[in-house]
Design a protein around this ligand. Sequence first.
Ligand SMILES: Cc1ncc(COP(=O)(O)O)c(C=O)c1O
Length: 428
Amino acid sequence: MNTEHGILFSDAYQKSLKEQFYHADEDPEHGARLFFENSGGSLRLKKAVEVKCAVEQFPDCPERVRGRGLELQSYVKNGTKEILEVVFGAKSGALLTELSASQAMYQAVGAVMENVKWGTNAVTSSLEHPSAHDAVEYYCNKTGREFRVVPANKTTGGIDPDEVMKYVDKDTCLLSIMAASNISGNIMDIKEITRRAREINPDIYVVSDAVQHAPHAVIDVEDWGVDIANFAPYKFFGIRGCGYAYVSDRVAVMPHHKLIHKEADVWSLGTPTPANFAAMMAVIDYVCSIGSHFCDAADRRALYVEGMNRIHLQERALLYRMLEGTKEVPGLRHIKNVEVYVDMEDLTYKDLIIAMGIRGIEYSECVQKYLEHGVTVFERLRSSMYSKRIVEALGIEGAIRVSPLHCNSADDIDRFLKITAKIAESVS
Ligand SMILES: Cc1ncc(COP(=O)(O)O)c(C=O)c1O
């Protein structure tokens, strides 16, 4: 089957998925809208929010060995196992839990950089979110190592493995490259980057920020060969207030903040939050349910992988439609005054995140115009510390980031295109 331009879900199936999310087509106070800002916090699965609320109703301590407390404990136990094995695809290692993905990143990178005594430098890329970029810089400063930054490919919007290898040497202690960009949507070839970095230095620790990739495609820490990867449930159909990271066996046992008498590879500090794990298990159930719609595997990871691959194909089809349009509705590539930044023909290296602009309209003003037409998107500007380095690295002034989700329909994309054409027309 040719999947170059993705495969759309049937209309009925897409509708059945959208119904499982809150407020997918409207804001109860602000009215009908297209929510195309899933990179800033994705649509919420009803089941994830409901189970969070249901589990929070019980006061029992999740560290008890009987009754309700034991039940609450099972969410933590099963949730930890499922996040590690089903979401990260880990066969070993440990789960680090924090209040945010950024905290998880700092903890994991700090453990490596402070415990490893060899290596005179660490490497990251100019496209990283500040949490991954700054964690490496902070610990380089703290441990007296040279901080190196790989530039982006300004044409594709990605990080090239060849370029990374110019910065890695036998004294590189840690390499941190994101799995997908939160601005250009580019997917990095983490497996190839890890493989080649280990040819230079077999002991190197490899980190991948998977926060933006997690809701769009499969994470496979074993196949990628990384030591650390993280994600945030609120960007992944779930809830705010938690961030998770996988750490490999060799990182898991490094000295870190933990109660002294707990096992060496325990990374949660203090009483865990069963409701957060229950909510994440609802997200995993949802992805597996998509998997079981398309295949009859029995294994949870196999179902999850199938589900994610289907989500990815649906999103690629939406991305293609967004760029090319149809006979009736021109796509972004064909609307006068519209620019798609770091656009590429080959969509197999893109998640459903588009950086664009409309010539003649300043980004913030344009986002406001979209809002007035019932579309929520977001501007990434040089004036924001979150975006400055990244838009500069891509060689653009700024961008409007457009990020729909797999549960959107082809009609949603067409509506967005018609609104874009109307906004673009107003400047000509
Ligand atoms: C790629 C990437 N990494 C990390 C983060 C940080 O996530 P959090 O705010 O949950 O710490 C974000 C948030 O936007 C992100 O886009």
